[in-house]
Design a protein around this ligand. Structure first.
Ligand SMILES: C[S@@+](CC[C@H](N)C(=O)[O-])C[C@H]1O[C@@H](n2cnc3c(N)ncnc32)[C@H](O)[C@@H]1O
Length: 256
């Protein structure tokens, strides 16, 4: 792709010569084109590896965290299940919102390997009493039984999948965890942005198909009670209508 930005003429041109498409620089289309490119560059720079939440590293794009916050506040879940703990920042985000809302019993974090220094710092954290840590493969029967033991039939449950992002593993997680999701709530298959990153340094051609967004599409095709649906923005005084997200096609809502 060739992009020419002319701040004097206030245009953005895409493509070569007579095939170039020119759009006004200060309108929505140019913003979206540049945002999509920025998102890819940010991945190469490991931008999402620069944040903490209440002291714990959280490996996400800021907009995705704000959108997740909107959904947590709106749904007020009793239980949040997240696969992929890493340093624990995303567990702290969920737990801190539950505490602030005065609603929510437990945040369950599942990881195949919780490194000793991460476990130590998570266990010392103010919010640890609201967490349950489960170590093991997210789709193993032992782990799923431990998760199930924490969930009560009337609980409002939100599930976030952020572990192994291969299409096959995410599909297995979707098959395993969708039964916990309450009607109207979501199972979020994060990091579908992989499908756009295959041609970048550290990317892989197989990611065009081998990604969480594809797993989400496969899952809903086999489960009519679920749809892929970006949650509506709860506030919007702009002309924009789509997020700048690392989680495309991630939000899978339970209809029935
Ligand atoms: C991207 S990190 C999670 C980031 C975290 N959710 C956050 O927002 O900060 C992915 C984690 O998934 C874990 N993981 C990889 N394969 C897994 C599996 N099969 N089951 C459970 N966890 C897995 C890794 O150990 C790693 O800690």
């Amino acid at each position: 792709m060739k992009i020419i930005i002319d701040t004097e003429r206030r245009t953005l041109s895409l493509g070569n010569g007579s095939a170039a498409e020119t759009v006004p620089l200060y309108e929505r289309q140019a913003f979206e084109l540049l945002s999509d490119l920025w998102l890819k560059l940010s991945w190469v720079q490991r931008y999402s590896y620069t944040f903490t939440w209440m002291g714990r590293p959280i490996i996400q794009h800021p907009e995705d965290l704000l959108r997740l916050q909107e959904i947590i506040y709106h749904l007020k879940p009793d239980v949040i299940i997240e696969t992929g703990v890493a340093h624990g920042g995303s567990l702290m985000l969920s737990a801190s919102l539950m505490k602030a809302m005065g609603h929510g019993r437990v945040v369950i974090g599942v990881d195949i390997e919780i490194r000793p220094h991460n476990r130590r710092d998570i266990e010392r954290h103010e919010l640890f009493p609201m967490l349950r840590l489960i170590e093991g493969d997210s789709v193993s029967a032992r782990v799923v039984a431990q998760v199930a033991a924490e969930v009560r039939p009337a609980d409002q449950v939100l599930v976030i999948l952020d572990s192994d992002h291969s299409r096959a593993h995410v599909r297995r997680e979707l098959e395993t965890y969708h039964r916990f999701v309450s009607v109207g709530s979501y199972i979020v298959a994060t990091d579908g942005i992989m499908r756009e990153l295959w041609d970048l340094p550290r990317g892989h051609a197989s990611w065009k198909e081998d990604n969480p967004a594809q797993a989400a599409r496969d899952f809903v095709a086999a489960h009519p009670d679920f749809i892929v649906e970006q949650p509506a923005w709860r506030f919007n005084e702009s002309s924009l209508s789509r997020p700048i997200t690392g989680w495309p096609d991630a939000w899978i809502r339970r209809l029935r």
